[in-house]
Design a binder for this molecule. Structure first.
Ligand code: MN
Length: 716
């Protein structure tokens, strides 16, 4: 064990002569002690694992904090150690890093599907916050994969391998750690498809035995051929890995023997002209394989990828694949289209940008001695504009930062959003307007009768949620406008002495440029069209009584007798087709009248509201409404005006009396306050007028109230 410590220190010192050796020694002893009696599945002492991880990390010349984190990375998860204890012993920075690795370890991924994999990769990046956390976690996984075969439970092995294939290998690829990626893929491949892998490996070995450094000698020969024609070219080549060969066999549905390209070569040249020139040289020197030539330079892929692909019977009669491209095209191929966008304004692919940034960072790590400084001052700010939450079944939902449970519900399924009534976040009931955090588990409570509320629009931030809410509200309000419009029309027909006949309405549709009777009802209901215009269109010569009647005053209207034929506000939810006016706070029990306003439906006023005077010469806007009999479970706003004795406890008494009598104070405004009295207005949610009057009666009986009355005015 001591030998391992000495070796580790030596390896770090090789790139970091100023190493704080004491810190490494302390971390080593601490972790060893904590893991003392634990064993790996291999039978080795558990502590061999963190040491290995630390050793591998020295290949990447990581700073002392990362190495210490590697040594400690499993102590919080697997032993009695706590983050606080570690912060105390090794400093806050290391505490934070160990905490980060522990959090990543805790992410449980069940039944990963490829569609979900990208979200999980983002989650890992978002939760890492510090690139060192991610690096330690990747190398932790690498070592666990190297020792995977010791785990006895096959399904556990398989699920670790799958997770490695879907999450860790792609992540290391994005970080530019190609060796780690290749090894992770290969290890996972051998667990997931061990027979396929061994047969490919056997075949590769056989081919290797046929010619020694095949890749190298082919590269040399290609180099010679191209150089003769005075083209400046950089050639690279590699034997494909068993996994990439297997993938190609899968995607092309071919056998190994049919697969021509187990070796791939790349020729990078200075410009596009040289690409075609090089192609000519190669095709001139070797026979090409028919059907394998692709010119993605003249016809780039949608991703922006450009290159020439060809397969030839090359040096030593080996079938090889060759890609020819310029350096610029190579950058795009390597980093994706973001390489283009990086430099342009209006960038919308933040992922690509961030990956580039990361890769550049890793390049710096590789090439400079001052990597320490970079690591310490660079925070991962990837996907910080996103949050990642889970369904109770462990499905991961990615949302923009600031999203609410409603956004979550719609992201899961639009029906879940449409029927959402509540939410549990991490097991606790929470208001629908809370802001979700990464890692939250969200359970949406649904009820089949529920409809999206217009209020939701104020706190949803995803387009999907917003458009569904708007759509639902539009459908609902059209239904209501249609009901209201139909009732208005029936009434106006009857007032004019005609029998209501839907067939007659068809005659009017053309004139108003409407498609259906329903559209006609909606137009009337929302106030865009007057019922009288419809009657005039159908009966151009009508002059029957009622239709042209004008009310000169509000009392004319009250006396006209047509209140007997009122439209009940039945099934019309207040708030959409029918609005309670805010000038007189009508309550069930009040005599009411509706005023149609264009595009908004009917506004309800009490019959004695002063506002009505404004409409006294527009009788076509007036509609007669009565309260529906069934208004149970509905609440309306009533306003009272009162003067209260200014003494301690009077407000408390007042509000408890209101609450005791089933009223709910929704607004309270002190209008004036003198030494002895407070004048105030209180808005109370009540069932109806009777309810409000009862509350007023009770309040009147308590001594602290000097005077009280219902008010219908806005005056304050
Ligand atoms: Mn570990």
């Amino acid at each position: 064990m001591v030998r391992q410590l000495a070796e580790l220190v030596e390896r770090i010192k090789a790139y970091n002569p100023d190493l704080n050796e004491d810190l490494i020694v302390r971390a080593y002893s601490y972790a060893m002690k904590k893991h003392e009696k634990q064993k790996r599945a291999s039978g080795d002492p558990f502590f061999s694992h963190p040491i290995e991880v630390a050793q591998i990390l020295t290949n990447y010349r990581l700073d002392t904090a990362s190495i210490v984190t590697a040594l400690l990375h499993d102590t919080v998860e697997d032993t009695s150690a706590t983050v606080d204890e570690i912060s105390g012993l090794f400093g806050k920075e290391i505490g934070r890093l160990v905490d980060g690795v522990t959090k990543l370890t805790k992410i449980q991924i069940q039944n990963i599907e490829s569609v979900q994999a990208e979200n999980f990769r983002k989650l890992f990046l978002a939760m890492s916050e510090d690139i060192r956390v991610l690096l330690v976690k990747l190398i932790d996984r690498l070592h666990n994969m190297r020792t995977l075969s010791f785990i006895k439970d096959e399904s556990k092995r398989k699920s670790i391998a799958l997770e490695t294939m879907e999450i860790y290998a792609p992540l290391s690829d994005r970080l530019g750690m190609l060796e780690v990626k290749t090894e992770l893929e290969d290890l996972a491949f051998s667990e997931l498809h061990s027979e396929a892998r061994s047969s490919i490996v056997r075949r590769l070995r056989y081919l290797e035995r046929q010619g020694f450094d095949l890749v190298g000698s082919i590269m040399d020969e290609l180099d010679e051929v191209i150089e003769k024609s005075n083209v400046e070219a950089y050639i690279s080549g590699r034997a494909k890995t068993p996994y990439s060969i297997w993938r190609k066999m899968q995607s092309k549905n071919v056998s190994f023997e049919q697969l021509s390209d187990i070796m791939a070569f790349r020729v990078i040249v200075n410009n596009q002209r040289d690409c075609y020139k090089t192609l000519g040289i190669i095709h001139g020197a070797y026979p090409s394989v028919p059907g394998r030539f692709k010119d993605y330079i003249s016809t780039p892929k949608r991703s922006g990828y450009q290159s020439i692909h060809t397969s030839i019977i090359g040096p030593k009669k080996h079938r090889i694949e060759i890609q020819i491209r310029t350096r610029e095209m190579h950058t795009v191929a390597d980093l994706g289209p973001a390489a283009h966008w990086n430099y342009k304004a209006g960038v919308n692919d933040f992922e690509g940008i961030n990956y580039i940034w990361l890769r550049e960072l890793l390049d710096i790590l590789d090439n400079t001695q001052s990597s320490q400084e970079f690591l310490e001052h660079t925070k991962l700010e990837m996907f910080h504009d996103q949050v990642f939450c889970f369904t109770p079944k462990g499905q991961l939902i990615a949302l923009p930062k600031g999203a609410s449970p409603i956004d979550f519900a719609y992201a899961v399924h639009s029906e879940i959003g449409n029927t959402c009534v509540g939410a549990k976040v991490n097991g606790r009931i929470t208001p629908l307007r809370v802001i979700l955090q990464t890692g939250d588990q969200v359970e949406i409570i649904t009820s089949s009768g529920q409809k999206p509320s217009p209020q939701w629009e104020a706190f949803v931030i995803t387009g999907k949620a917003r458009s569904h809410i708007r759509k639902r509200i539009r459908i609902d309000s059209n239904e209501e406008y249609s009901k209201l419009g139909r009732e208005i029309l029936i009434k106006v027909f009857s007032n004019s002495g005609y029998e209501f006949n839907e067939n007659k309405l068809i005659e009017a549709l053309n004139k108003f440029n409407l498609d259906s009777e329903d559209d006609l009802f909606i137009s009337i209901g929302n106030g865009n069209l007057m019922a009288r215009q419809v009657i005039n269109a159908i009966y151009p010569n009508n002059s029957r009584h009622g239709d042209n009647e004008k009310f000169k005053t509000v009392s004319d209207y009250k006396n006209s007798g047509i209140l007997n034929k009122s439209i009940p506000i039945r099934g019309l939810t207040a708030g959409i087709a029918v609005h309670m006016s805010e000038c007189c706070y009508p309550l069930p029990g009040d005599r009411i009248v509706g005023i149609l306003s264009i595009g908004k439906g009917a506004e309800i006023h009490t019959i004695d509201c002063d506002t009505l005077i404004k409409f006294s010469d527009q009788n076509e806007r007036w509609i007669d409404l009565v309260w529906d009999n069934d208004l149970s479970n509905k609440f309306f706003m009533g306003r009272i005006k009162l003067t209260v004795v200014n003494e301690s406890g009077s407000l408390g008494e007042l509000s408890s009396v209101i609450a005791h009598n089933g009223g709910n104070i929704s607004n309270l405004k002190v209008v004036s306050r003198s030494q002895d009295f407070w004048d105030m207005n209180i808005d109370i949610e009540v069932k109806d007028l009777k309810h409000l009057l009862e509350i007023i009666a009770v309040l009147r009986s308590i001594p602290v109230i000097h005077s009280i009355e219902r008010t219908k005015s806005l005056e304050n």
